[in-house]
Write a protein that binds this ligand. Structure first.
Ligand SMILES: Cc1cc2nc3c(=O)[nH]c(=O)nc-3n(C[C@H](O)[C@H](O)[C@H](O)COP(=O)(O)OP(=O)(O)OC[C@H]3O[C@@H](n4cnc5c(N)ncnc54)[C@H](O)[C@@H]3O)c2cc1C
Length: 505
C-alpha cells in the first residue's frame, strides 16, 4: 500500500474538490469504535498510514453528542472500557469521564494528529482497477470538498444519525407555548428553575435525565407509552474498592472486574432466552422495595416484552426511584393525544402541565453514516447485501465495520473485531493480495435471507423503524451476526479466513 502527501489538485468537474491524499487505512468515526480501531491498528501495524474522519467537531461520538444533564454509561466501565486500558473510576461513569478516558487513549497512542474533525464523508467509491476507495468529504466549517483515497476502509460510524434525532410529530405541537428539547441537542443554557418539565420516554435516556434534573425543576413528569425494564445496581463495585484498597495493580483490577461483569452479562443473556419469566420476575421484584409505596407497579413498571428484547436501563443506586419516592418526579403511563398551549393531553383526558417538554424518544438509525457507496460505478443497495459475521458486507471489497453489542458492553466487540481485522490485514500481506471481498459460495446461492434483527430477539424502536433500509443476514455461518459475546469470544479468534467465503485478489 502506498502513501502520498496531501496535495491540492484542481477538480476535473464543475466543482472544486481538493485532493487530501492517500492513506493505507481510513477510519470513519472518532467514537469509542473508531478510537479503539485506531489503537489496534497502530499497535499491530505501526507503519501503516491512517486517517480518522469525523463529522463532529470533537471526539467521543455518542459521548460528545449526548451532553444532557446526568448523561452516563449504562454499562460498567470495566467492560465498556477497552481491554488494553484499565478503567480507574467507579463502575458507572458520567459522559465527561468517558470522554476523559478516550482523551487519554488518544494521547497515549498519539492519535490526535490522525483525526480530522468536521469532515463528513458523503460518498465512498471502490475501484477494482485502482484497488482503492475514494472518499468524498465535505468540511462542516468551511464547506470545502475534499477527496481522500485509501486501500482499506474501516467504518466506525455507529448506528444512528447524530445530527437528526428521532422526534415523532404530535398534534398541536405548534400551539405549545413552552420549550421542546431533544436530549441529543440539549441547550447548554436551558434554565429549569421553577419549571414544570415533562420527559417523554421510558428508556435509558429518560431514566438518566429525570433524577439529574429532578432537584432543579419545580417538578418532572415522566410520560411513557409503555414501561421499560430497569435494574438498580450500586454505582461503586465493592470488589473494585477491595482490590484497589489492597494496592492491586490497576491492570489486574481491570481484568478481574471484566471477568466478573462478563460472567454477569452471560448469565443475563442466557436467562433472558432460557427462562425469561424468571428474569422478568427477578427484575420486577428487585425494583419493588425501591419504588414509592402504593405505586401501580403493573401499570408503570411491568414491560410487555421479554427482558433483553430491548436494552435493560440501569438506574445506578436507584436514583430515579428516589426522585419518585421524594415526590420530585412522578410517572404517567398513557398515550399522547395532543399538545395543548400549556402541556400535554393524554388519552385518559388528563392534561399534564408543562413549561418544558423533553422528547427522549430515541434515534434515527443510519446505515453506514448515510454515505452513498458505489463499487466499480454501481450504486450499492445495502438491502440486498448480506453481512459477513457482522464485520464485512457481501460484495464490498476492503471494507470492514465495527458494530458493538447491544446486550453486553459495546466495546467488548470493538476489541474482538479489531483483532480479526488485524488478522485480515496480515493475511492480505502474506498472500500478496490487495483486495479481499466476501462472496456467497455456490452452496450459499439459495440461502434464505433474514432481517438485520429478528424482532423475537431484539426489537428496540429505532431498529424496527429502520429494518427496511438495512442489510440482511443469512441462515448460516458466516452470514450471520447478533451473536452474544459468550459465543463470539470463542468463535471470532478462531475464524478461518480461508473458508472460501472471502475472495482474495
Ligand atoms: C446516551 C447513550 C448512552 C449509551 N450508553 C451505553 C452503555 O453504557 N453501554 C453500551 O454498550 N452502549 C451504550 N450506548 C450505545 C453507544 O452508542 C455505543 O456504546 C458506542 O458509543 C458507539 O460507539 P461508535 O464509535 O461505534 O459510534 P458513535 O458513538 O455513534 O460514533 C460514531 C461517530 O462517527 C461519526 N460519523 C458517522 N457518520 C459519519 C460520516 N458519514 N462522516 C464522518 N463521520 C461520521 C459520527 O459523527 C460519530 O462521531 C449508549 C448510547 C447512548 C446514546
Amino acid at each position: 500500500m502506498t502513501t502520498t502527501a496531501p496535495t491540492t489538485v484542481p477538480a476535473q468537474g464543475a466543482e472544486e474538490i481538493q485532493d487530501a491524499g492517500h492513506v493505507d487505512v481510513l477510519i470513519v468515526g472518532a467514537g469509542v469504535s473508531g478510537i479503539g480501531a485506531a489503537h489496534h491498528l497502530r499497535d499491530q501495524f505501526p507503519d501503516r498510514t491512517l486517517v480518522i474522519l469525523d463529522a463532529q467537531d470533537n471526539r467521543g461520538g455518542t459521548w460528545w453528542t449526548h451532553r444532557y444533564p446526568g448523561v452516563r454509561s449504562d454499562s460498567d466501565l470495566f467492560t465498556y472500557g477497552y481491554r488494553f486500558k484499565p478503567w480507574r473510576g467507579p463502575s458507572i461513569a458520567a459522559g465527561g469521564e468517558i470522554l476523559a478516558y478516550l482523551d487519554e487513549v488518544i494521547d497515549e497512542d498519539d492519535l490526535g494528529h490522525h483525526i480530522r474533525y468536521r469532515h463528513r464523508v458523503t460518498a465512498a467509491s471502490w475501484s477494482t482497477e485502482d484497488r482503492r476507495w475514494t472518499g468524498e468529504v465535505t468540511r462542516g466549517d468551511t464547506g470545502q470538498r475534499l477527496r481522500f483515497t485509501t486501500g482499506f476502509l474501516w467504518m466506525c460510524q455507529g448506528y444512528y444519525n447524530h445530527a437528526k434525532p428521532y422526534r415523532p410529530q404530535w398534534e398541536g405541537m405548534d400551539r405549545f407555548q413552552g420549550v421542546v428539547v431533544h436530549p441529543q441537542r440539549w441547550p447548554e443554557d436551558l434554565d429549569l428553575a421553577g419549571k414544570r418539565v415533562v420527559v417523554i420516554g421510558s428508556g435509558a435516556t429518560a431514566a438518566t435525565l429525570i433524577p439529574a434534573i429532578a432537584g432543579k425543576a419545580e417538578h418532572v413528569t415522566m410520560l411513557q407509552r409503555s414501561p421499560s425494564y430497569y435494574f438498580a445496581p450500586p454505582t461503586t463495585n465493592e470488589l473494585a474498592v477491595t482490590l484497589r484498597g489492597l494496592d492491586t495493580p490497576e491492570e489486574w483490577t481491570h481484568e478481574i472486574l471484566r471477568r466478573q461483569y462478563i460472567a454477569q452479562y452471560d448469565w443475563l443473556a442466557r436467562t433472558s432466552l432460557d427462562t425469561p419469566d424468571e428474569l422478568h420476575a427477578f427484575l420486577i421484584e428487585s425494583m419493588r422495595p425501591l419504588l414509592p409505596e402504593g405505586i401501580d407497579i403493573d401499570k408503570h413498571f411491568t414491560p410487555r416484552y421479554r427482558p433483553w428484547q430491548q436494552r435493560i436501563a440501569i438506574i445506578p443506586d436507584g436514583d430515579l426511584f428516589a426522585a419518585l419516592r421524594e415526590g420530585k418526579a412522578s410517572i404517567v403511563t398513557d398515550t399522547i393525544e395532543a399538545f395543548t398551549e400549556h402541556g400535554i393531553k393524554v388519552s385518559s383526558g388528563e392534561e399534564i402541565p408543562a413549561d418544558i417538554v423533553v422528547t427522549a424518544t430515541g434515534f434515527n438509525l443510519s446505515v453506514f453514516g448515510d454515505i452513498a457507496f458505489t463499487v466499480d460505478g454501481e450504486p450499492v443497495d445495502f438491502t440486498g447485501r448480506v453481512t459477513w459475521r457482522g464485520i464485512m458486507i457481501s460484495g464490498l471489497p476492503n471494507m470492514v465495520y465495527t458494530f458493538g453489542y447491544f446486550r453486553y458492553s459495546w466495546t467488548l466487540r470493538v476489541d474482538l473485531v479489531s483483532d480479526l481485522v488485524g488478522r485480515l490485514l496480515a493475511q492480505l500481506q502474506d498472500k500478496g493480495a490487495t483486495m479481499v471481498v466476501p462472496a456467497l459460495r455456490p452452496e450459499d446461492a439459495d440461502m434464505k435471507l433474514r432481517p438485520w434483527s429478528d424482532p423475537e430477539n431484539f426489537n428496540a424502536g429505532y431498529v424496527m423503524r429502520s429494518q427496511h433500509i438495512l442489510y440482511k443476514q443469512g441462515d448460516r455461518e458466516p452470514w450471520t451476526h447478533m451473536h452474544e459475546h459468550e459465543q463470539e469470544r470463542e468463535i471470532l479468534p478462531k475464524v478461518d479466513l480461508d473458508d472460501g467465503t472471502l475472495v482474495y485478489r
